[in-house]
Design a protein around this ligand. Structure first.
Ligand code: BDR
Ligand code: CA
Length: 312
């Protein structure tokens, strides 16, 4: 069955690949719209990059909305050191011709969840959770209408990537993350524990390049760009490809397994701000609020990506 989704994103090369995978998979995924949020780079760039990616996919009719330009209670932290000045450094891609939708991204999320039958829309956050939390705060009635939230964010065993204890998406807007994790909506978490196993090895990147279409080449050039940073940082055989784990889950959930556990967000301590305190071992009696993934079939994931990107 096709799942209707809203992609909430801060592209970002890995966001771009996640969007491309969704747009390449119309049998499983119907993209109702894409909402941009400030994160890897400021909102003006993420809103532009989302449209660049839709045009790269040959889908200029996808509706793209600009959402929130800063976190709920903190100063925006960006990640140009990873993604480059534009957020999409690597390939040379033309400026978009398609226009931004006039509606605010948060209004689009609220209106869509109110308009669609309950339990039929999945939210796919790939960046800080500002847009989603703002929508939940402004329109609490929509929470129970969400089918599922499948998000990239957090970490338990891998702990952190932007601070020693926090993953970037949660760190940028911990207050928003707390609202989402406490909302009661069903949540699936693709954390660094998963994405640090989804490594773009040289062979996997060559497979993207060998697809031979514009998308395959662009994706290979994107990963070439952020590899240089991540390889120096982690010294592993390839850089993690975070966000496509979200859209891959919607297509082939059997690639992933995890545990239903309690996850709370640190919002007080500056030292551990944005930490996802995940009760993986079940040592508290706090009720489970998320399916926190622990394993991924990494080769199956890259095979799926290569197969689908070839369709664009
Ligand atoms: C997350 O942060 C961003 O830099 C990536 O796009 C991904 O969503 C990984 O921590
Ligand atoms: Ca992202």
């Amino acid at each position: 069955m096709t799942r209707k989704i809203i992609i909430d994103t801060d592209p970002g090369q890995d966001d771009a690949v996640a969007i491309l995978l969704a747009l390449a998979s119309p049998e499983e995924i119907e993209v109702l719209g894409i909402t941009a949020v400030a994160g890897n780079v400021p909102l003006s760039l993420t809103a532009k990059n989302a449209r660049i990616v839709c045009e790269l996919a040959g889908k200029p009719d996808v509706k793209v909305y600009a959402g929130c330009e800063k976190p709920m209670g903190r100063v925006l932290v960006t990640a140009e050191h990873v993604h480059g000045e534009t957020g999409l450094n690597g390939p040379k891609l033309p400026d978009p011709v398609m226009e931004l939708q006039p509606e605010h991204g948060v209004d689009f999320i609220i209106d869509t969840l109110r308009a669609e039958p309950a339990g039929t829309v999945t939210l796919c956050p790939l960046g800080p959770l500002t847009n989603i939390a703002t929508a939940f705060q402004r329109a609490p009635d929509i929470v129970e209408k969400v089918q599922e939230i499948v998000l990239m964010g957090g970490a338990y065993f891998e702990v952190g990537n932007i601070t020693p204890t926090a993953e970037f998406n949660i760190y940028v807007d911990p207050q928003a993350a707390e609202i989402v994790f406490k909302s009661g909506a069903p949540i699936v978490v693709m954390s660094l524990d998963i994405t640090h196993k989804a490594l773009v090895t040289p062979a996997r990147n060559e497979a993207f390049r060998a697809i031979g279409n514009r998308v395959g080449t662009a994706v290979a050039e994107m990963t070439d760009f952020f590899e240089r940073f991540d390889l120096a940082k982690y010294g592993s055989e390839g850089a993690p490809l975070h966000d496509p784990c979200v859209t891959a889950y919607l297509i082939r959930p059997e690639l992933f397994s995890g545990r239903h556990i309690n996850v709370e967000i640190e919002t007080q301590s500056e030292l551990t701000m944005g930490m996802t305190v995940a009760d993986w071992w079940g040592v508290t009696d706090r009720p489970p609020n998320a399916l926190f993934m622990g394993t991924i079939d990494a080769q199956g994931f890259f095979d799926l990506l290569t197969e689908r990107l070839a369709r664009l």
